[in-house]
Design a binder for this molecule. Structure first.
Ligand code: URP
Ligand code: ZN
Ligand code: ZN
Length: 461
């Protein structure tokens, strides 16, 4: 079906102009004023914005966690994403110890193939580099998986030691893979956790007290130092604190391929949310943890001044009952939060409050993720020849977030009762309408695995 969208404010960074968009064969075929092309479907976007579909580069769908799994799979998670205006995600296959990367890939591909309702890609989490050789990295490159993720946290499970990190960065340089890092000092944090438990400090708030900002900053400093020494680009995921940000900013003065993201939960939630002393505290346990509220303005400023380039969600939902597995001991609370549906609307509150511009809002949610992760100009832009991943955003509606109305497969909301402005009214993925009239009307499982190009600083110009 071809679609003509008329009279919207087209926001495609750095541009912003009134006009029409004509979509045919899954691509944007025309962009301009007064397009008079007969189309099977014509949508009036007066008083609305026409933006490139959101790109969420940090999700954990169908992710095993002990005996349970994150509650959204590629079907439910991508429907929820689409309701929020996101038309592309990058998820994280996790290498099991001793496993070759082709096996890891296949395990994850079974979860997503014919199930994902929007296009997607993967970053490969490497937990056991010592069993890998050039075949593994050639395999990633062939598949267009141009980024790997490492952890300095979670000893015995995901964490790599410094030697492994350093050597993996050398390999990443050879294969042009962008290295993503979850940066917290897992060794010291484990000591702090043991100390807390030994003193009987077992409530949720001790999750945050045992993962202090300074241990995030230490790991950020360490991995960026290695990247600096080896002259490789680096991308720090889910930056949560001023301390970590300060390190990133100081490195960026010398090296502009130090890249980083934050997530809505760090912009809107704080340590107050896990310190009420009731069962609600369990809902807000994710890693890195919520911080003191004053950190939030620094994160907003960093999104504005490009110290942070991307807003992602780290979507990793668990039901309230799952969270209560840690009722007697915070270390047993599954870490992670349901966010995939709310990224655009929550950050649009930042536009309303003049924390970021409209253009910047689109940039951090779509254009920059596309540029950094080798998808631009196929995605992340409203341009002739690009994939027709298009959202019609109505900035004039006001809504209250609630678990009763959200589409994520989880029985509580992190943002219950919060007022948000704006809504993804029509969501189109490669020319197929997914969301319209508050309904999912898409073709089930139409999302495709997309090969990404390698990271290049030039794409960020
Ligand atoms: O708590 C979180 N963020 N869970 C998902 C895994 C991770 O650390 O990103
Ligand atoms: Zn993480
Ligand atoms: Zn994560």
């Amino acid at each position: 079906m071809d679609i003509l969208i008329k009279n919207g404010l087209i926001i495609s960074p750095p541009m912003e102009f009134f006009g029409d968009v004509y979509i045919n064969n899954g691509k944007i075929e025309l962009v301009g004023e007064n397009i008079n092309k007969p189309a099977q479907k014509v949508i009036d976007a007066s008083d609305k914005y026409i933006i490139p579909g959101g790109i969420d580069v940090h999700t954990h769908l169908d992710m095993p966690y002990g005996n349970i799994k994150s509650r959204d799979d590629f079907h439910t998670g991508t429907i929820a994403a689409a309701f929020g205006g996101t038309t592309f995600i990058i998820d994280f296959p996790t290498q099991q110890k001793g496993e070759r990367l082709e096996t890891t890939f296949m395990r994850w591909f079974e979860k997503s193939e014919s199930k994902s309702n929007i296009d997607y890609s993967y970053h490969m989490i490497i937990t056991d580099p010592d069993v890998l050789d050039e075949d593994d990295f050639n395999f990633l490159v062939e598949k267009g998986i141009t980024s790997i993720k490492i952890f300095t946290a979670y000893p015995d499970r995901l964490m790599l030691n410094d030697k492994q990190i350093f050597n993996l960065m050398k390999i990443a340089k050879r294969y042009n893979l962008l290295v993503l890092v979850h940066a917290e000092n897992g060794i010291i944090i484990d000591e702090l956790v043991k100390f807390a438990i030994s003193r009987g400090y077992k409530e949720p708030k001790y999750h945050a007290f045992s993962r202090p900002e300074i241990m995030e900053a230490e790991a950020v400093n360490r991995v960026i130092s290695y990247a600096m020494l080896l002259d490789v680009p680096i991308y720090v995921v889910h930056v949560s604190s001023y301390e970590a940000l300060r390190v990133i900013k100081s490195f960026r003065e010398r090296k502009n391929d130090v890249l980083a993201e934050t997530c809505p939960q760090y912009l809107f939630l704080s340590i107050d949310d896990i310190s009420r002393g009731n069962e609600d505290d369990y809902k807000y346990i994710f890693t890195p943890p919520v911080r003191e509220k004053w950190n939030q303005n620094f994160l907003w400023d960093a999104l504005k001044d490009n110290s942070l380039q991307v807003l992602s969600t780290d979507h990793c939902p668990f039901n309230f009952d799952d969270k209560l597995l840690g009722k007697e001991d915070f270390t047993k609370i599954p870490n992670g939060a349901p966010v995939i549906e709310h990224r655009l609307e929550l950050s649009f509150n930042g536009v309303k409050q003049n924390k970021i511009s409209l253009n910047r809002w689109v940039e951090i949610n779509s254009t920059n993720p596309a540029k950094i992760f080798g998808l631009f100009p196929q995605k992340g832009v409203i341009k002739v020849g690009s994939d027709a991943d298009v959202v019609i955003w109505n900035p004039n509606v006001k809504r209250i977030i609630s678990h009763k109305t959200h589409h994520m497969n989880v029985d509580y909301s992190l943002f219950e009762g919060m007022e948000v402005f704006g809504k993804a009214e029509v969501v189109i993925s490669r020319g197929v309408t997914l969301i319209e009239n508050d309904q999912f009307v898409g073709e089930m499982g139409q999302g495709r695995f997309i090969k990404r190009r390698e990271f290049s600083m030039n794409s960020l110009d």
